[in-house]
Each structure stands twice: as structure tokens, then as C-alpha cells.
Design a binder for this molecule. Structure first.
Ligand SMILES: NC(=O)c1ccc[n+]([C@@H]2O[C@H](COP(=O)([O-])OP(=O)(O)OC[C@H]3O[C@@H](n4cnc5c(N)ncnc54)[C@H](OP(=O)(O)O)[C@@H]3O)[C@@H](O)[C@H]2O)c1
Length: 340
């Protein structure tokens, strides 16, 4: 069972006087660098030369440092895309980082899939925010913090946990709570959830449902609103109160229809496919396939993205958002005890 680490478990002074290097100034890099600076740490930002991140960092009053400055950093957060991390960790950063420094990662993909040749004297920790960088920053500014996952990958110095918790505390994450995990669990759960639920299963489900309704004669906009916009409203309740709590806020018709039809869709065949997807993640087949795709220039991914953008549902969605302002009305299932 996981433990939840909070402010009381973290020694916020453990990084006092420390210099923290943030490598990458994208989603997580920019958010984390800003929070760490606001927390009073001496932050250096590292970006690859020639990319757009230099200008983005300067706009936030960070002057990007030359790689040599890594030698002064006690902590280095590697916040570049997962598929680029191996090159960065083994190439640009590895040889230059100060002896005994702590390397922080926000996701364990690169380290779990291909054991990295990271110097033995370095501590390695996973501080994985459970949400995008923009939300991490927003919650930090609100004084609430974003929850996250926490694991020590290597404790070479004996102070990996203290320093990594200090890092998470500086981001405000121990205010919300850190769930302890390990590399395997973090990577498998993250990949499985995104593929099967968050950005795989759910999106495919709404597209198939939209196509079915439209081919059944329902107006495109109404099909879109019903299958896409209302999803957020229901999921907000699920996030607050869980699936069973959500049932208490919808009509009897919606309850009965959902509980009898949902399992027909996610039946034995879908569950069997989920198990296959989990196996592909666990045994490394998914990672190998993705790395091969990257190495070949990501042409399959580019084609899939192009097809998705050209799907007629996208244009309808644009119209619905424009004309109905994104839609925040209560779902017709009868949320808060209403109709349906
Ligand atoms: N997206 C999220 O909010 C989120 C949430 C939880 C965890 N994570 C994890 O956080 C880590 C960072 O993800 P992210 O979404 O923040 O990444 P990202 O926004 O895609 O990262 C972009 C940054 O990485 C740099 N970069 C890209 N390729 C590079 C390369 N080959 N060498 C050096 N620098 C390179 C970019 O520089 P240029 O400007 O030069 O292109 C830019 O500064 C990942 O491990 C991810 O799994 C992300």
C-alpha cells in the first residue's frame, strides 16, 4: 500500500542554499523553474541552443546558463520529453553534473525502459506531478499544491529522499500529498491509464459514439454536445465524489441506462484487450515500438494526428465551442437530482 507524504514529512530546509538546475523549459520545466524560484531557491535554466525555449525562459527573467554551469548545481531536474531524456542524461548532462548531485525526473519512462548509464555517484528520484505544468503552477500560486508520485530510484549519497522531498515541497506538492511508488508502478500505471482511459479509450469512445449518433440521423452539433461537452461535467462529479457518488446526482433513467449498457460495451473482449495492452507495457513491447517509431521519424504518428485533425467531428467541435462557449450547462442526465 502506498504512503502519503505531506509537508510534515519533508525537510524544507534540506535544499537551503542549494543551486537547482532545470533542464528544459517546456510544460513542466517552465512551471517548475518558476515555482522553485518563488520558493527561494537559486535556479539555473538550461535549454538546447537554437530552440525556442531560450526566448521563453528570458521572457520569465531566466537567462539560460551554459552547460558548464551544471557543475554548480546540487539538484538537476531533467524536464525534456521522455524520448529525449536518454540523450540528455547520457550525453549533455551526465558527465558534467556535480559529484553526489540529485537528478530529478517527472516520469520514469526513460529510466525504466532502458537502464541508463547514469554515473553511480548520483542520486536519482522521481517527483511526478499528477497533472500538467500549468496546473502545477496554478496550484502553487494558490498555495494548495498539486499531488504527485514519489519514488527514489537510486540513493547513492544516503540523502536522496531528504533532498527529493525538499524539492517536492518547494514545488508545493507535499501540501497536497505525495503518493509513494516505485519506478515500475509509476511507469506502468501512467502508460496504461493514458492508453486505455485518458487519451486512448475515452477519445476513441466519444468518436465512435459521435459517428454512431450522426449516422443514425442526429444533428452533428447535438451529438457533439452530448458525447463530448457533457463528459467533463460528469467527470468533474466523478472526480469529486467517485462513480457511485455521481450516480446519486443523475436521474433514474440515466442510472439504469448507464449501469445496464456500460458493461455491454466494456465486456469480455474489451477487458481482454486491456490485459494485452498491459502486457505490452509491462514487457517493454510498447516502449520498443514507440522508440522505433521515433527513430524512423514518427511518420505513423504524424499520419494519425493528421487524420484526427481532419475528422469531421473536429470542425463540429470548433463550432460548438464558438457558438455555445464551450458549454458549461448541467448535463441532461439530471445532475444534482434533476430531470432526465
Ligand atoms: N506535460 C506535462 O505537463 C507533464 C505532466 C507530468 C509529467 N511530465 C513529464 O515531465 C517531463 C517533461 O515533459 P514536458 O511535457 O514538460 O516536456 P516538453 O514540454 O515537451 O519539453 C519541452 C522542452 O524540452 C526541450 N527539448 C525537447 N527535445 C529536446 C532534446 N532532444 N534535447 C534537449 N532538449 C529538448 C525543449 O526545447 P526546445 O524549446 O529547444 O524544443 C523544451 O525546452 C517528461 O518526463 C514528462 O513525462 C509532463
Amino acid at each position: 500500500m502506498t504512503r502519503i507524504l505531506r509537508d510534515a514529512d519533508a525537510d524544507v530546509t534540506s535544499l537551503q542554499g542549494a543551486t537547482v538546475g532545470v533542464f528544459g523549459f517546456g510544460n513542466q520545466g517552465s512551471a517548475q523553474a518558476l515555482c522553485l524560484r518563488d520558493a527561494g531557491l537559486d535556479v539555473r535554466v538550461f535549454v538546447r541552443p537554437g530552440g525556442p525555449s531560450g526566448a521563453r525562459a528570458r521572457a520569465e527573467q531566466f537567462e539560460p546558463s551554459p552547460l558548464e554551469a551544471l557543475e554548480a548545481c546540487d539538484v538537476v531536474a531533467v524536464l525534456v520529453p521522455d524520448e529525449a531524456q536518454r540523450g540528455v542524461l547520457e550525453g549533455s548532462i551526465g558527465p558534467r553534473v556535480k559529484r553526489g548531485a540529485l537528478l530529478v525526473l517527472a516520469h520514469g519512462f526513460a529510466v525504466r525502459e532502458e537502464p541508463l548509464a547514469i554515473r553511480e555517484d548520483l542520486d536519482v528520484a522521481l517527483v511526478g506531478p499528477l497533472g500538467p505544468g500549468t496546473l502545477l503552477r496554478e496550484r502553487f500560486l494558490e498555495g494548495r499544491g498539486l499531488p504527485g508520485l514519489f519514488a527514489i530510484v537510486r540513493n547513492a549519497t544516503g540523502s536522496a529522499e531528504t533532498r527529493a522531498l525538499g524539492y517536492a515541497a518547494a514545488l508545493g506538492m507535499t501540501r497536497a500529498g505525495l503518493l509513494t511508488t516505485n519506478l515500475e508502478e509509476e511507469v506502468v500505471s501512467d502508460l496504461f491509464a493514458e492508453q486505455v482511459v485518458l487519451v486512448g479509450g475515452v477519445v476513441e469512445l466519444i468518436r465512435a459514439a459521435w459517428e454512431t449518433l450522426v449516422s443514425g440521423g442526429v444533428a452533428e452539433e447535438i451529438a457533439y454536445y452530448s458525447c463530448v461537452q457533457e463528459l467533463k461535467q460528469i467527470m468533474d462529479i466523478v472526480a469529486r465524489e467517485g462513480p457511485a457518488g455521481m450516480r446519486g446526482r443523475i436521474s433514474g433513467t440515466a442510472k439504469y441506462g448507464g449501469l445496464t449498457r456500460g458493461p455491454r460495451l466494456v465486456g469480455a473482449a474489451a477487458r481482454e484487450e486491456m490485459r494485452r495492452i498491459l502486457d505490452e507495457i509491462r514487457d517493454g513491447r510498447f516502449a520498443a515500438e514507440w522508440m522505433e517509431e521515433r527513430a524512423a521519424g514518427s511518420s505513423r504518428l504524424t499520419g494519425l494526428l493528421r487524420d484526427e485533425a481532419a475528422h469531421p467531428m473536429e470542425e463540429v467541435g470548433h463550432r460548438v465551442r464558438e457558438e455555445l462557449g464551450g458549454g458549461v450547462a448541467a448535463p441532461r442526465g439530471g445532475v444534482e437530482g434533476g430531470g432526465g
